[in-house]
Design a protein around this ligand. Structure first.
Ligand code: ZN
Length: 56
């Protein structure tokens, strides 16, 4: 996804990306990049594992 003329440094076009660490934008013109505020995610939610039943 591209945002035109959104770079705070050079007013260039920035590209929206995301990776493991979150969402970020990178300017195609000057290379400026910035992570975006991350919406709260579910962290530490209990992981449900299927319980193994003993056959005996
Ligand atoms: Zn720029």
């Amino acid at each position: 996804m591209l945002f035109f003329k959104s770079c705070p440094k050079c007013k260039g076009d920035v590209e929206f990306n995301n990776d493991m660490d979150g969402d970020y934008v990178r300017c195609l013109m000057c290379g400026f990049s910035r992570y975006l505020p991350v919406a709260p995610r579910r962290v530490g939610a209990p992981e449900r594992r299927p319980e193994l039943r003993k056959a005996s």
